[in-house]
Design a binder for this molecule. Structure first.
Ligand code: NAP
Length: 470
């Protein structure tokens, strides 16, 4: 099967430029919930243009295998995008990211194999780009599969560590670099195979010692790897769209990793090498919260509902527990009821609330919460002093005042939502158990705070009933 049209490379490159512009505009639009949907569509059109004009390239002379690959990929892609639950999205991103890295490594290996009978036919920099794709793409593939396994609970989520691990990891990585140099200099395929095998082993070793809860940061980091691998594959294949697209993925993955680290007040080295997620016993870290006879005040749903119903300003602070309980629809219903009574309701969104970037925005968008009600942390914090009731639903670490005041706390320095500046705080969670960071929250012992214990969805439903009767 051949295509009738064989476009000139100039036309193809021009259309790659158009595709690149659409991808950049699409990414820009992803930065706000109100434009994110159309941003996705714009980027998809850009990707479609890049695909169509790549297929129209005169260098392609048979389309059968490509058609079969596209059909298989399209079925898997459409089915998983439709069937996967929102809470399983990080796993899906990990898998898709991994296959991207694996594809880049396979292309590098295939090109190496194609050129093997004719050593010296390509320049050293193209060979170098191929080695880089094979190395980084393989690390991203196996690392992403381990991240998937941890998130899907096929593997233990806790960090898997052993003595001298970092030395062993360093040696494996060193061996992979050595094989890359040997493969590039001798053009012997044995070194290429060894390079890919050791890079795959390194990807596994890199991610095993990282706790399951840190996987979103790891996936974003490996996503940057996949982008770089794809970009260098673009140099091997002399394909401008792949170079531009891969660089965009590499840059945005790097920025997202940095932003997530900053919002958690943790360096990338701390995420990769500290074995974070081996939770200390509650209260073991983070100071004296809860000690010294401090008491926790409990509140019933009916009393909490009365406080909300007679407030002027309510700030909802959603967190990971809202996602676990799937309480977003009930929360929207509660907010609607309150607004109908003249209460001003808004939502304070912390950048790392939940377990993936934009987790809270996605959940609240699913429940059709109007975008103007969503406030970023910077806009929400000054509002807490004017807030009558801060309603914390399954959020913990992102509200912990120890991040501001206790230099001993592992959270110290992390920007938080200043819920304790509100007049009253109602916290919905099931127990006094800590959150992701494994440390107690002194907010729960504040005289302003009342705890409504229970699953967030049933608690919010009880509040809805209470407000209706208030
Ligand atoms: P969090 O600190 O993990 O706390 C979540 C709280 O929700 C827990 O204390 C838990 O308490 C409660 N909860 C769980 N299931 C519940 C249910 N069914 N009903 C009611 N409550 C429930 O969450 P967060 O405040 O959203 O903070 C996010 C944390 O994750 C931060 O430490 C952040 O650094 C980290 N993180 C975020 C990302 C990201 O991209 N967003 C990535 C990696 C790590 P109970 O068990 O007592 O109910």
């Amino acid at each position: 099967m051949t295509l009738p049209l064989a476009l000139s490379q100039n036309v193809i490159n021009l259309m790659y430029g158009v595709a690149a512009i659409l991808l950049i505009v699409g990414i820009k639009r992803l930065s706000h919930p109100s434009t994110a949907r159309s941003g996705n569509a714009v980027a998809a059109v850009g990707m479609a243009i890049a695909l169509v004009f790549t297929l129209a390239s005169p260098v392609i002379d048979s389309y059968w295998l490509i058609a079969i690959g596209v059909a298989i990929g399209a079925v898997i892609g459409v089915a998983s995008a439709r069937l996967v639950r929102m809470t399983a999205m990080p796993q899906m991103v990990a898998l898709f990211n991994g296959v991207g890295g694996g594809a880049a490594a396979l292309i590098a290996a295939a090109e190496f194999h194609r050129l093997a009978p004719d050593p010296g036919a390509v320049s050293g920099d193209i060979l170098g780009a191929g080695m880089f794709s094979a190395l980084i793409g393989s690390i991203s593939f196996s690392g992403s599969l381990i991240a998937f396994g941890k998130l899907q609970e096929l593997l233990p989520g806790r960090p898997i560590m052993f003595a001298g691990q970092q030395v062993v990891n360093g040696l494996v990585f060193g061996a992979a670099i050595l094989f890359a140099i040997l493969a590039g200099s001798t053009e012997d395929q044995v070194w290429m195979v060894l390079l890919i095998v050791t890079a795959l082993v390194f990807g596994v070793m890199l991610v095993l010692p990282i706790g399951g809860a840190d996987m979103p940061v790891v996936i974003s980091f490996l996503n940057a790897f996949t982008g770089l691998a794809a970009a260098s594959t673009g140099f091997v294949l002399d394909n401008a769209a792949l170079i531009i697209g891969g660089t965009l993925v590499g840059a945005s993955g790097t920025l997202l990793t940095v932003l997530m680290g900053r919002a958690m007040n943790r360096s990338l080295a701390n995420v990769l090498f500290s074995g974070f997620g081996v939770a200390p016993a509650a209260g073991a870290a983070g100071g004296a919260a809860g000690g010294d006879g401090q008491v926790v005040r409990e509140i019933g749903a009916d009393d909490a509902a009365v406080m909300l119903a007679y407030a002027k300003h309510v700030m909802v602070v959603p967190g990971y527990g809202l996602a676990v309980a799937q309480a977003q629809h009930a929360t929207r219903e509660l907010a609607d009821l309150l607004e109908a009574r003249g209460v001003r309701v808004r939502y304070a969104i912390h950048p790392v609330a939940g377990r993936m970037p934009g987790h809270m925005n996605v959940l609240l968008a699913e429940a059709n919460v109007p975008y103007p009600q969503l406030l970023d942390m910077e806009d929400a914090n000054p509002e807490f002093t004017r807030t009558d009731v801060a309603l914390v639903i399954g959020a913990n670490d992102v509200t912990n005042p120890a991040a501001r005041s206790n230099p001993e706390s592992p959270l110290y320095g992390m920007p938080i939502l200043d819920v304790d500046h509100a007049e009253h705080v109602i916290v919905l969670k099931r127990s006094m158990n800590p959150g992701f960071a494994g440390i107690e929250n002194e907010l729960y012992y504040n005289a302003k705070t009342a705890m409504l214990f229970g699953d967030a969805k049933s608690s919010v439903e009880n509040l809805v009933g209470g407000v209706k009767n208030a």
